[in-house]
Design a protein around this ligand. Structure first.
Ligand code: TXA
Ligand code: MG
Length: 328
């Protein structure tokens, strides 16, 4: 199979046709690229799991356009859910609710909940409107690899395996959506992301962070898997360990290998003259650059030596979750 890359403008009709006839297509969103299929079509959904090599017990998120009536897909049991939808959707927020069973069982991994998201990316909205059905989509990478934030990243992983990549430019967010369990009295973050705990608290009055204990009513199976890993070796240091990071860099160099330091602009000074993958400054910019730098790094480095930021508040919670899994 040859994999075509088309701009949203040139490809949206073709993409809709493929999706409505049971095929799969990569689409842009504001977080990362997704690999989409008709969420009501078991055979189409199975193709996603096959192509990615994804474990079948890890459920998918259903994506809908901004005027889609989500109450057709799920039971909304908590009043704060309406406030969250009003405040943050469309946007990088995914809500887990009790499913009405419209989305096929393969997509929800046989569970009784469904995760729903309304991407804000204009090209994605165009596609969702054109099909007017919920599209289930995981990130458009091979399972365990770093998530793609450009059409080229998708191509590198899935060339020859899917017919079409809709190119909607570089993703503005850079890490996946926040997955929030909203089945209980207090919303609970299952996967941290760009909609922060603080942002949820402001609207819903409270917000917990899941520790994924045995016996939890709603789990996010995805968090138990190794994830986001670049193809080269990695190491991770805290911000007060820049000396250790620099020492490892020198050791690797002495062994004849090519190391790269990945860090924020704030500590770049400490690694003067070294190979650098610079993440920028501040949470939003670091999130935007993280996967792009990991995917750039795996092409030229034998080892990426990442240096963290000394904080876990706001967007940094999601960033640190990804950094620990990709480099820790
Ligand atoms: O930003 C995003 O969310 C991207 C773009 C493409 O929309 N999608 C994405 O999908 O990251 P994926 O499949 O790579 O990650 C989905 C996460 C997994 O951790 C999965 O376990 C969790 O959401 N999830 C999906 N359905 C769930 C459910 N019913 N209950 C609990 N967790 C669920
Ligand atoms: Mg993923």
């Amino acid at each position: 199979m040859t994999t075509e890359i088309l701009s949203v403008k040139d490809g949206v009709e073709k993409a809709a046709k493929i999706l409505l006839s049971g095929g799969i297509v990569a689409m842009p969103t504001e977080t990362v690229y997704g690999l989409a299929a008709d969420g009501t079509n078991s055979a189409a959904v199975k193709k996603i799991f096959e192509v990615k090599g994804r474990p079948s017990d890890n459920p998918l998120i259903a994506h809908v356009h901004k005027d889609y009536d989500v109450s057709a897909l799920v039971h909304i049991r908590q009043d704060y859910v309406y406030d969250l939808i009003k405040a943050y959707m469309p946007g990088p927020l995914t809500l887990v609710m009790e499913s009405k069973g419209v989305i096929c069982k393969e997509a929800v991994a046989g569970g009784d909940t469904l995760a729903i998201r309304m991407p804000s990316h204009e090209g994605c909205q165009k596609l969702l409107r054109a099909v007017n059905i919920p599209l289930v989509a995981p990130s458009a990478n091979l399972s365990k690899h770093t998530s793609p934030v450009s059409a080229e990243h998708v191509f590198n992983d899935l060339n020859g395996k899917i017919p079409l990549i809709l190119d909607g430019g570089r993703c503005s967010g850079g890490i996946e959506s926040t997955v929030l369990d909203v089945t209980g009295n207090v919303p609970r973050i299952l996967r941290a992301g760009l909609i922060t705990r603080e942002m949820v608290e402001k609207i819903a009055g409270g917000c917990e962070i899941a520790e994924h204990k045995e016996g939890d009513k709603v789990k996010s199976p995805g968090v138990k898997y190794r994830h986001y890993r670049p193809k080269c070796d990695t190491a991770l240091f805290e911000i007060d360990e820049t000396d250790k990071a620099a020492a490892l860099y020198e050791t690797e160099l002495a062994r004849g290998r090519t190391p790269y330091i990945m860090c924020s602009d704030d500590v770049a000074e400490k690694f003067k003259g070294k190979n650098l993958l610079l993440l920028g400054k501040g949470g939003d910019e670091i999130a935007f650059n993280l996967y792009d730098k990991l995917l750039d790094g795996e092409k030229k480095a034998d080892i990426i030596i990442a240096v963290a930021f000394g904080r876990c508040d706001g967007v940094y919670l999601g960033i640190m979750n990804r950094l620990k899994k990709s480099c820790g």
